[in-house]
Design a protein around this ligand. Structure first.
Ligand code: TMP
Length: 207
């Protein structure tokens, strides 16, 4: 943590390959927590900040940037996101749920770049209390992307996503106890209920 005092709000992250349903899950979890009386702020990476906006532009461009450029920009966006949005909300006692965080960089930029280097770039990114990993076979995720109108960003290519899916599973095995894997073939309602249960079991959500 960059400051001596622990922020009062909890920090949660949601991860998964493109098409895994992270955005729907984040919305559902935020609604469920708000219903339980928890003040919640929903956010995402790339963030809405200057580096995040540049990343959105690059993701939609036909010229795919070098992997290292992506790794550096995602890490810079994350640092800015933390300082200007995540931490201030947590200091107010608000819980923050981010749609993607460090694990995305380790999974996506970890293909082509050394994990240790990507991890070092993210050394100043505090660990969320829980990271929910929505595990979905990449074929199912690709079908969802097609149904929504096909590939819109340059990291959504099927071959690349297959590699990202196996990287995520590898990372999930070694990430530690703050990571919770959820079977993303289940309905959004089921996933949210499972996540709320997990937060209660861990004593993060007061019963
Ligand atoms: P989104 O589709 O969830 O909005 O995310 C945008 C894309 O950016 C998605 O393909 C995942 C990718 N991404 C990375 O490659 N590294 C990262 O660190 C983050 C946050 C996203």
């Amino acid at each position: 943590m960059p400051s001596n005092t622990q922020p009062r709000g909890k920090f949660l992250a949601v991860e998964g390959i493109d098409g895994a349903g992270t955005t729907t899950f984040v919305q559902g979890l935020a609604t469920a927590l708000a219903g339980a009386g928890v003040p919640v702020h929903r956010t995402a990476e790339p963030s809405g900040g200057p580096v995040g906006r540049l990343l959105r532009e690059l993701l939609r461009s036909l010229e795919v940037p070098d992997t290292a450029v992506y790794a550096l920009l995602f890490a810079a966006d994350r640092r800015h996101h933390w300082l200007t949005e995540i931490l201030p909300h947590m200091e107010q006692g608000t819980w923050v749920i981010t749609d993607r965080y460090v694990l995305s960089s380790l999974a996506y930029q970890g293909i082509g770049e050394e994990t240790a280097w990507v991890s070092n770039l993210n050394a100043r990114a505090p660990l969320p209390a829980v990271t929910f990993f929505l595990d979905l076979p990449y074929e199912v995720a690709q079908a969802r992307l097609q149904a929504r109108g096909g590939i819109r960003e340059n990291l959504e290519d099927a071959d690349f996503q297959e590699k990202v899916a196996s990287r995520y599973r590898e990372l999930a095995r070694t990430f530690g106890t703050s990571l919770v894997t959820l079977d993303a073939t289940q309905t959004p309602q089921h996933l949210v209920r499972a996540a709320v249960r997990e937060l209660a079991v861990r004593g993060i959500l007061p019963g």
